[in-house]
Design a protein around this ligand. Structure first.
Ligand SMILES: Cc1cc2nc3c(=O)[nH]c(=O)nc-3n(C[C@H](O)[C@H](O)[C@H](O)COP(=O)(O)OP(=O)(O)OC[C@H]3O[C@@H](n4cnc5c(N)ncnc54)[C@H](O)[C@@H]3O)c2cc1C
Length: 312
């Protein structure tokens, strides 16, 4: 089939460039569609050729293996990355590739309130919906994407377009059942406010985030989900209690500031991070009887894909 002339499929692209962890071997094929025509063409091509694929946004919640990925990685971080529209009813529609930083800047300028809790999250709209991204700070309610979402437009496993609302989507803590969907855009509720007030809320969220997260080195944010029901402690607190803060394997280290942040302190390999993950799981299991569950999406190096959203 003929692909659009302006669509470039690259070979052997280092995935460390497309992950905030800065870890990962080469993708056999790599593509960054910028518009729907390109995206639909690449999906058609992938289907015809029978190439396994994985979708990523800004790669801020993924860990790519050292071996790389033997299929096609479709990065959506350039996909309609400036498509943000407000409707007269206050709803805001943003394409999957829009970064949350950009969305926040637009909401501040417009004086639209509701999405301030996502202002510091280094992902895309698509990744945030898929992961049901969330944040809270003391004195403010903990909010997740599901709390502000009206609907998403997505390509389903049947290769058809779907419009899904919160009634059709099952959201959980840092997860959704959209693993077999490719999210194209999302529409959120916002409330009219004043730019200064939205800015102040964003500033306060950044200040709190900076006080708790460890941002000195590349990472993928929190590695494990919080156990919620199983423990009154967060995953970071459990990792601290089993004495693993500051533990280093190869180039990967568990932050001394935040036990759930694993950092690439220099040339870390995915195998270093896996070893730290196994160590933390084993210690917490042994001492607390709690099974830590990774939040980050670990991309399988084999053709049998595991965690990430995959279109087959
Ligand atoms: C320093 C730091 C701080 C963080 N803080 C927070 C925080 O406070 N709260 C929070 O919730 N998270 C946080 N994160 C994690 C991460 O930023 C979020 O999960 C973010 O929403 C992921 O978006 P992404 O575009 O980077 O997705 P990716 O990491 O690229 O992908 C994540 C998953 O979503 C899938 N996906 C991506 N785009 C699409 C799409 N268009 N359609 C279908 N599936 C898709 C991927 O296949 C993968 O399974 C943090 C990360 C870092 C590095």
């Amino acid at each position: 089939m003929n692909l659009p002339e302006d669509l470039l499929i690259q070979n052997n692209v280092p995935l460390c460039r497309y992950s905030t962890f800065q870890i990962g071997g080469p993708a056999r094929y790599f593509v960054q569609p910028t518009n729907r025509e390109q995206l639909l063409a690449i999906l058609e091509f992938q289907k015809l050729e029978g190439i396994p694929s994985v979708i990523i946004g800004r790669g801020s919640n993924v860990l790519f293996p050292d071996e790389g990925y033997p299929g096609l990685v479709i990065s959506l971080q350039k996909f309609e990355s400036d498509h943000v529209y407000f409707d007269s009813d206050g709803t805001l529609k943003a394409s999957a590739g829009v970064s949350l930083f950009r969305l926040s800047a637009i909401c501040q300028e417009k004086g639209a309130s509701g999405l301030e809790f996502t202002c510091h999250i280094p992902g895309t709209v698509g990744g945030a919906v898929r992961m049901n991204a969330g944040f809270g700070r003391p004195g403010r309610p903990y909010l997740e994407i599901k709390d502000v979402l009206e609907w998403v437009t997505a390509i389903g496993p049947d290769q058809k377009l779907h419009r899904l609302t919160c009634d059709n989507i099952v959201f959980g803590y840092r997860t959704s059942n959209l693993q077999d969907y490719l999210i194209l855009d999302a529409t959120f509720r916002t409330k009219p406010s004043e730019s200064a007030k939205v800015r102040e809320e964003v500033r306060a969220n950044f200040a709190y985030r900076n006080s708790v997260q460890d941002l000195r080195y590349p990472s993928a944010g929190s590695v494990f989900k919080n156990p919620k029901m199983a423990s009154r402690f967060s995953s970071g607190q459990l990792i601290e209690k089993v004495g693993l803060k500051g533990t280093r394997i190869g180039g990967a280290m568990i932050s001394e500031k935040h036990g759930n942040f694993f950092l690439n302190v220099g040339g870390a390999k995915a195998s270093d991070v896996f070893a730290l993950i196994e160590l933390a799981k084993a210690r917490v299991r042994d001492q607390f009887g709690i099974e830590l569950d990774p939040e980050i999406k670990i991309i399988s190096p084999s053709i049998q894909m595991l965690e990430a959203g995959v279109l087959s």
